[in-house]
Design a protein around this ligand. Structure first.
Ligand SMILES: [Zn+2]
Length: 71
């Protein structure tokens, strides 16, 4: 993938965590942490498994230090 910000080649990888990962609208930034399906407007990036954790594909631009995540 070509970085949409600077045009450099991006490196494919993943973001991995121990818990569910979700994108939230800015007005939910300070909300108490709850499952994504309980937050209006949330985008679930990766559900969590007790054995594997959570993982979502992502591309990294090391030039401008940005990530692109596909969900
Ligand atoms: Zn870039």
């Amino acid at each position: 993938m070509i970085c949409p910000f600077c045009g450099a080649a991006m490196e494919k990888g993943c973001i991995k965590g121990q818990h569910e990962m979700a994108w939230l609208p800015d007005d939910k930034r300070d909300a108490l942490f709850t499952d994504a399906h309980l937050q209006e407007g949330a985008v679930l990036l990766a559900s969590s498994s007790i054995f594997k954790g959570s993982v979502v594909d992502a591309w990294c631009c090391r030039v401008c230090e940005k990530l692109v995540v596909e969900y």
